[in-house]
Design a protein around this ligand. Structure first.
Ligand SMILES: NC(=O)c1ccc[n+]([C@@H]2O[C@H](COP(=O)([O-])OP(=O)(O)OC[C@H]3O[C@@H](n4cnc5c(N)ncnc54)[C@H](OP(=O)(O)O)[C@@H]3O)[C@@H](O)[C@H]2O)c1
Length: 334
C-alpha cells in the first residue's frame, strides 16, 4: 500500500511517497481503507515543528527528538471503509463507511490503510453520513469537532454576538455555520478573498483583518474565537461583553498566564489549549450534515501523489475551508 513517509522535520519536501506492507488488525482493531484524509494547518505545523516553545518540546519528545521516529506518517482524520474487523470488535463490521479522528496516538492517515482500535475512546470513529462524499466527510472529525468544542466552551447561544477570527479556514468555516445554527450573530474575519465565502455560509458581518481591527469597532461580543491566535490580547479582552469568553488556540505561555489572570480577576473567561473530541459530537455533526444544516467547504482535492503540492497550497494561505487528499476515486461511491 502507499504511505507518505515523514522522516525529517522541515518543509513539504521532507515528505515522500513510499510503498509499505498493508497493516493487519489485531483482535481489538479494525482495518480501514482510507478514501480521503486532509491536509490541515496543524499537519504543516507538526511537519516542521512550528509550534509554541513548550508544546514544541513536548511534541519533539513524543514524535522523535532528532527526527520523526515514533510517528512517521502525518494525518489525524479520515473518511473510509472498514475492510477487516478484529475478533473482539463489536461496534463495526466489514463494509461500514466511517469517519474518524485518530488523535496523536494513532496518527498516520496519509496512507491507503490504517488500523485503529475498534473498542477504545483513544480514537473517535463514527458512521459517515451517507449523503456526503468521503471528501466532504474527511475534514469533519478534526475541523468540525474542534469548532463544536470551542463554541460549546463559549456556551454560544441564540442572540449572542460573536467573533470568529480566522473564519475562512478549516475550523472557522464549521464554526461560522454551527454558530448560525445555534442562533448567534456572527462577525467572521479573514483575508479579503475569503469574505464572499464567509457571507455565503451565513456570516452576518465579514471583515478583512488587513483593513479593519475588530477590537476598534464600537461593539462588544459574548464570545471571541481567535483561531490564528493573533488578536491583540488586551484589546480583545476589552471588547468582551460582561461574562464573555475569549478562546485562543495556540498562544504562548505568557498569553496563557495573562488569560488565567483575567479569568481570576474578572467575570470574563479566557481559555486555550487542547480540544477533547467525543464520538457523540461526531455523531451530532453527522446529523447536522445529513440534514443540510452545515456543510463542508472543500477548496481543493489532491491525489495522494500530490501531497507536497497540497501542503504548499495550505501554507500559501490561499486555502478556503479544507484541502483534501483523495486516496480512492470518488467515482467508486459516496
Ligand atoms: N489547540 C488545539 O487543540 C487546536 C486544535 C486544532 C487547531 N488548532 C490550531 O488552530 C489554528 C487554526 O486552525 P485551522 O485548521 O482552522 O487553520 P486554517 O485552516 O489555516 O485557517 C486559519 C485562517 O486564519 C486566517 N488568518 C491568518 N492570520 C489572520 C489574522 N491575523 N487575523 C484573522 N485571520 C487570520 C488565515 O487566512 P490567511 O492565511 O489568508 O491570512 C486562515 O484562513 C491552527 O494554528 C491550528 O494549529 C489548535
Amino acid at each position: 500500500m502507499r504511505r507518505v513517509a515523514w522522516t525529517r522535520y522541515g518543509p513539504p519536501e521532507v515528505l515522500e511517497l513510499t510503498e509499505v506492507e498493508k497493516p493487519r488488525p489485531t483482535d481489538d482493531e479494525i482495518l480501514i481503507r482510507i478514501h480521503a484524509t486532509t491536509v490541515t494547518a496543524g499537519d504543516c505545523e507538526q511537519r516542521e515543528l512550528r509550534l509554541p516553545f513548550l508544546f514544541k518540546f513536548v511534541m519533539r519528545a513524543y514524535i522523535g527528538i532528532r527526527r520523526p521516529s515514533r510517528i512517521t506518517t502525518l494525518g489525524m482524520e479520515l473518511a473510509g471503509e472498514v475492510e477487516e474487523v478484529g475478533a473482539s470488535v463489536t461496534s463495526f463490521k466489514k463494509g461500514d463507511q466511517v469517519y474518524a479522528a485518530t488523535g496523536l496516538t494513532h496518527m498516520g492517515t496519509y496512507a491507503d490503510y490504517i488500523c485503529l482500535p475498534g473498542n477504545s475512546d483513544d480514537v473517535v470513529i463514527a458512521k459517515k453520513p451517507a449523503s456526503i462524499s468521503f471528501a466532504e466527510a474527511a475534514p469533519v472529525p478534526v475541523g468540525g469537532m474542534d469548532a463544536l468544542y470551542y463554541l460549546r466552551q463559549g456556551e454560544v447561544k441564540e442572540g449572542d454576538r460573536i467573533i470568529i477570527n480566522g473564519a475562512g479556514g478549516t475550523i472557522g468555516c464549521y464554526a461560522v455555520q454551527l454558530a448560525k445554527h445555534f442562533g448567534a450573530h456572527v462577525t467572521a474575519i479573514d483575508s479579503s478573498d475569503k469574505l464572499e465565502l464567509l457571507r455565503s455560509i451565513g456570516a452576518d458581518v465579514a471583515l478583512d483583518y488587513s483593513k479593519e481591527d475588530f477590537t476598534k469597532r464600537d461593539e462588544s461580543y459574548h464570545f471571541i474565537l481567535d483561531l490564528p491566535s493573533k488578536a491583540p490580547f488586551s484589546a480583545a479582552i476589552q471588547t468582551l461583553a460582561p461574562a464573555g469568553t475569549y478562546i485562543f488556540t495556540s498562544g504562548s505561555l505568557t498569553t496563557s498566564l495573562r488569560g488565567r489572570w483575567v479569568s481570576l480577576r474578572s467575570d470574563k473567561r479566557v481559555l486555550g489549549g487542547a480540544t477533547w473530541p467525543k464520538k457523540e459530537d461526531l455523531e451530532y455533526l453527522g446529523d447536522l450534515l445529513e440534514a443540510g444544516s452545515i456543510k463542508t467547504v472543500v477548496d481543493r482535492v489532491y491525489p495522494l501523489e500530490d501531497v507536497i503540492e497540497a501542503q504548499r497550497h495550505v501554507e500559501s494561505g490561499a486555502k478556503k475551508g479544507n484541502v483534501v487528499l483523495s486516496l480512492v476515486d470518488e467515482g467508486q461511491g459516496k
